[in-house]
Design a protein around this ligand. Structure first.
Ligand code: FMN
Length: 323
């Protein structure tokens, strides 16, 4: 079963992806955080850097776009295709209020007719404007406010030749905390003729094992926060292992390896990002997750959160690693 690293805006840029792959691996496909499509039809410098093949040293990378305008989408797909990518993911899941208010991300799920029109134009453009086929995939939620919306959304998606669909079975209003609605997964598998990838709350090897055994026909799984809490989570043979007890919980992280991963990531970010504040911000985002591996270090974790300069950050991180 294919294993994908979910896009996590503000965390999983190319430096993170490369470093994760070098230290932990076990991922077949990485996704870029969303590229916000706009009418300028130009990739921002940061977006281009994140996409350039020479910056990416992972087995496969799928760029993700966020838009509800077919023409703009096609213009971006062309630019991304020219960089060498033939597989592109459409974000239909972002729950953020500002994105949803513009009818993008999971906001696209509010009006299934408009979604249908958008997809019709998009797939028409893909079939007529590109010399070689583009594999379009979607990463979607199941509705906005009520699970009953899922059926109509599913029937719209089922009309189109997506290469794959990544299903995050939550509603927009659920954000990331409410339990996933596993009850829809079987019906999505039944109705969709295209391969399905499951995403959501796979936080232990046991979660992966159980999912893979309950839904053996899935094309793949996508993990996000689980891999930040426990970067080595996929290092065993979690999906094919038959000894459930052995894999139920996360193994304890090798803290020496985690420190090396952290230090390499931090130094690479410092080399590449121009603004030290951005590096500190990124590292703090990551600590929100990694911190669980240091349960007795409240004081040191607080110092990381408070760090305002690179030196503050270095001192705080060192005191945690060397305690
Ligand atoms: C900080 C953060 C940033 C995210 N950024 C993106 C994004 O750019 N594109 C996207 O499709 N999903 C994004 N997501 C959603 C994740 O890709 C994933 O669907 C979600 O975290 C559920 O999977 P998980 O339980 O394995 O983490 C983001 C989630 C978080 C917490």
């Amino acid at each position: 079963m294919k294993k994908c690293f979910a896009p996590l805006e503000g965390i999983t840029g190319f430096i993170f992806r490369n470093t994760y792959h070098e230290y932990y691996g076990g991922i077949d496909e990485y996704y870029t955080p969303f590229i916000s499509v706009n009418q300028t039809r130009k990739l921002k410098k940061r977006e281009l850097e994140d996409l350039l093949p020479e910056n990416n040293h992972v087995p496969a990378l799928v760029p993700q776009i966020l838009t509800n305008q077919a023409e703009d989408a096609l213009a971006y797909i062309r630019m991304i295709n020219e960089l060498g990518y033939d597989k592109i993911n459409l974000n239909m899941g972002c729950p953020s209020g500002t994105v949803v208010a513009k009818g993008k991300g999971s906001g696209m799920l509010r009006d299934p007719k408009a979604l249908d029109n958008f997809l019709e134009s998009l797939f028409y453009g893909l079939s007529t404007m590109f010399p070689s086929p583009i594999k379009l995939t979607a990463k979607t939620r199941i509705g906005i406010r009520d699970i009953s919306e899922s059926e109509e959304i599913l029937s719209v998606l089922a009309k189109y030749p997506f290469h794959e669909i990544i299903l995050h079975p939550r509603l927009q209003k659920d954000f990331y905390k409410v339990p996933v609605h596993m009850e829809v997964v079987k019906s999505w598998q039944k109705v969709l003729k295209v391969p399905l990838i499951y995403n959501g709350d796979l936080n232990t090897p046991g979660d992966v094992h159980n999912l893979c055994h309950t839904y053996p026909d899935l094309e793949g799984i996508m993990l996000g926060r689980g891999l930040l809490w426990h970067p080595s989570m996929l290092s065993g043979n979690v999906d094919s292992c038959t000894n459930t007890e052995e894999i139920a919980d996360c193994p304890e992280e090798d803290l020496r390896k985690l420190k090396e991963f952290h230090d390499t990531l931090f130094n690479r970010l410092l080399e590449v990002m121009q603004e030290p504040n951005n590096v500190i911000h990124r590292m703090k985002e990551l600590w929100f997750y990694l911190g669980c591996n240091y349960p007795d270090c409240e004081k040191q974790s607080k110092n990381i959160k408070k760090a305002k300069t690179i030196d503050d950050y270095r001192i705080a991180a060192r005191s945690l690693f060397c305690r």
